[in-house]
Design a protein around this ligand. Structure first.
Ligand code: 13P
Length: 260
């Protein structure tokens, strides 16, 4: 299904000081310089808010830099929140919305994510929206239904011409942070195809084909190449296995090799 460059990114979650973030960014760029076809991939990093500006500067326009969350309102009495207006000033390229940890620890709902998607699009960001079923959904055989319902609510009233900017990360909740989640290539292929079918119902066939659908959840050096070459994914979204620049670079190298 991949039409453009392979998208490979990492969510740093609540890790890294400004100094650590800049050091990581410089090391990663230095390593990418050694790769022959690094333009076949688009790499992105999602630092904590405090390091976004420094990472954006250090990335010299070569990486997409994102935020891990955003409020839907432009301003207001929302203590502790960050708005699109503030992120725009930092020059972020994408905004991650609805990560499983946001849902679990901060009670974020699909309806909240829908409001945030609209705001992100209005401000010119690429919304990177996370969807995925719980282990219980999978056990009960309602994994597909769960992701379809998520897609329906999250992309409600989104204009079809925004499709090229939409990124959906399929992240089965039970695989995130797990050791040896063993998700299975066929399973990823099937779920991502189902997400695309659900997107077709929302946006129409041609617009849905323009949405980037990536995979996340226990991506590591052992499974990255197979995921890239055999699951039909448009990219990978990595946590732990990319928190060291050298490890992320190795994963990028393996993915580049896999796409030939
Ligand atoms: P892990 O790669 O550590 O499982 O985390 C994935 C993730 O949450 C990406 O957003």
């Amino acid at each position: 299904m991949r039409t453009g460059r392979l998208l490979l990114g990492t969510n740093w979650k609540m890790n890294k000081t400004i100094r650590e973030s800049v050091d990581y960014t410089r090391r990663l760029l230095g390593l990418l310089d050694r790769f022959d076809r690094s333009d076949a991939v688009q790499v992105f990093v999602i630092p904590p808010y405090t390091a976004i500006e420094a990472v954006k500067r250090a990335s010299e326009g070569r990486l997409w830099v994102g935020a891990q969350n955003m409020h839907w309102a432009e301003r207001g009495a929302y203590t502790g929140e960050i708005s699109a207006l503030m992120l725009q000033e930092l020059g972020v390229d994408l905004v991650e919305l609805g990560h499983a940890e946001r849902r679990r620890y901060f009670n974020e709902t699909d309806a909240d994510v829908n409001r945030k998607v609209h705001t992100a699009l209005q401000y010119g960001f690429k919304p990177l929206v996370c969807v995925g079923e719980q282990l219980e959904d999978k056990r009960r055989g309602i994994g597909k239904e769960t992701v379809k319902n998520q897609v329906r609510t999250i992309f409600a009233n989104v204009e079809t011409d925004c499709a090229p900017r939409l990124i959906v990360a399929y992240e089965p909740v039970w695989a995130i942070g797990a050791e040896h989640a063993d998700v299975g290539i066929e399973y990823v292929r099937e779920m991502q195809a189902y997400i695309r079918t659900s997107l077709e119902e929302m946006l129409g066939r041609s617009a849905a084909a323009m949405v980037t659908v990536i995979y996340g959840g226990d991506v590591n050096l052992r499974n990255a190449a197979t995921l890239v070459s055999e699951s039909g994914t448009d990219g990978l979204f990595v946590g732990r296995a990319a928190w060291e620049a050298e490890n992320f670079a190795e994963l990028i190298r393996a993915s580049l090799k896999a796409i030939g």
